[in-house]
Design a protein around this ligand. Sequence first.
Ligand code: NAD
Ligand code: ZN
Ligand code: ZN
Length: 372
Amino acid sequence: MKVKAAVINEVDSPYVLEELTLSDIREDEILVKMVASGICHSDAVARAGGYPWYPVVLGHEGSGIVEKVGSAVRGFEPGDHVVLSYLYCGHCSNCLTGLPASCEEWMNFNLSGAREDGSLYFQREDGSPVYNFVSQSSFSTHTIVYERNLTKVDKSVDLRLVGPLGCGFLTGSGTVLNGLKPSPGSTIAIFGTGAVGLAAMMAAKISGCSQIIGVDIHDNRLEVAKQLGATHTINSKDVDVLSEIKRLTNDKGVNYSIDTTGVPSVARTSIEILAVGGVAAPIASSKHGVEVNFNADLNMLNRTIKGVLMGNAVPQLSIPQLIQFYKDGQFSFDQLVKFYKFDEINEASHDSSTGKTIKPILIIDEDYVPGT
Ligand SMILES: NC(=O)c1ccc[n+]([C@@H]2O[C@H](COP(=O)([O-])OP(=O)(O)OC[C@H]3O[C@@H](n4cnc5c(N)ncnc54)[C@H](O)[C@@H]3O)[C@@H](O)[C@H]2O)c1
Ligand SMILES: [Zn+2]
Ligand SMILES: [Zn+2]
């Protein structure tokens, strides 16, 4: 079938809306008509060269309506409302123990640009390839996914809002709820108060952290952080973060920290500011490394550095939970969102990278009416 998709043709080039051919679905595949898609910072990283496959249809925070299912699909039917997330195999030892973000096939499934057998979902009219991203490519009017990519949501849920629950908001909240699991009363510092950091902040509040310290270089973001649960905010352009956090924690440092900036010096601070026995989660996509002295920074203070992918979440369990937190007024991610038309994708992407918009969402199906 013909679809309209936003294509990145080469590193750092703009999105171009093009007509592409989407292949037929196979027996275990599902065709989804996209309603909306968030833009995640990781799309910008891929566009800037952090992905080997071009041309590519990016986007991995999609939400939509199932249009067609293959003959072997059991859990979904046409008309189901769904949020898309990453793909996992479902049968490796990590998947079987409830850790699909650690699926042994994760890289292969999500970052190889094609199906397992190398065949492509998208191509141009001349037959030339256009690659896939995070087993999703949601910047398209339709896409093909598997049952394990999908989480069914109630039809009363506004599909325009919930795509980012499949990545950015899932990552931030899950890093706290599934990765760090802070005990009530513990302290946490969150570096970078963008979509991921603010979701982490709301989850830290839900977890009962006593001090939630938000660090950023933009006062407007720190204002939002205060509204969403930060007990303290620090603009690191004006204040020395290490000494300020020490002051706030009676010289102890924090039990937990998360770096969402990917700036090496900030990631380094997020480790240095840990209390004895503290845990740091550096979760930003970054090309840069950070040097750590195992003895001085970790062993002698019994600290841990923990990698957390996609919030270590099982999307099918966490997305409904986040929607419930949202309905209960504890996870107000809608305050972070701005809608754009599909053909405003370059402007939306620009507003995300300049910090103007925390979470841009492209409305791909303008005819969708929430609640229907
Ligand atoms: N681990 C994962 O599974 C996963 C999943 C999704 C996203 N990510 C990554 O998480 C990161 C955050 O994503 P996001 O969408 O929240 O991005 P974002 O750009 O909205 O947020 C980053 C924040 O960091 C702040 N910042 C930048 N430099 C700073 C500095 N020197 N000191 C303090 N604050 C600074 C920015 O002002 C911004 O508010 C990205 O790198 C993204 O690729 C990781
Ligand atoms: Zn697996
Ligand atoms: Zn993402």
